[in-house]
Ligand binder design. Sequence first.
Ligand SMILES: [Zn+2]
Length: 296
Amino acid sequence: MRAAYRGRFAPTPSGPLHLGSLITALASFLAARHAGGTWLVRIDDIDGPRCRPEHAATILRQLDLHGLHWDESVRYQSQHEDAYQAAFERLREQQLCYRCTCTRARLAELSVAGIDGPVYPGICRDAMHLQMDTAWRLRLPAGRIALDDQIQGRIERDCTSDIGDFVVRRADGRYGYQLASVVDEQQQGITDLVRGADLIGSSLRQKHLMQHFGYAVPRFLHIPVLLDSSGNKLSKQNHAAPISTEHAAQNLIRALNLLGQAPFAADWHGRIDEILARAVRDWNPAQIPRQLNLRA
Ligand SMILES: [Zn+2]
């Protein structure tokens, strides 16, 4: 028997939520509540200077004002480095990781373009670097990794040509996003990952680590990435506008319509709790379009 549903939203606090990240937060909230499950919020704040406490506070306030109330206390990755270190030491003892001295410039030059982003071609795999303060990469076995997505079906990649050895500990001593997330999902008992399709490459890497550690692998639901009117991904990097908390009801309706859920008229005036109650009741991932586009 499956454990009771536990989902989470795990933003990086590098800026306030924009419509794209609200859609992901809302989808994971609705999926959890529709299943009568638990919904958690985690702040993925180990990615150095991009992460700022004031952004985390803003995100939590934005979620709250949109009625997306979470269960249990918020988990901050920056407070769990011991757990990530223990996982890293395990990999190291098993001789599954190696030091990588490649600079950003060298990586930019030598990485191969893969389906989900740049692929490290294994330059330092057998170099046996002895320097201190280097990054550490996980040695991936040859073969394929696959996962079954609830809306996208089976997703399969080749470890060598599509994924590549990835960083589990960075040169600055911080732990890699993939390793930290896997430890968090395990410690928080997450059964379902609802996240943006831009993280499919991460999901595959994380699934590999989860299986390696003998952790339960969650179900996956990847929400198509929201594209702006010129077809580019809406993101903090391209300065997507933060959502305005003064228009929370309209923001929710807009996000629900983009997700293909229980269409509300754009000028529907209701309270946030009414909108969310109806959206939770009617949540149906099969209605999510294959592409989310903002109208021009
Ligand atoms: Zn290297």
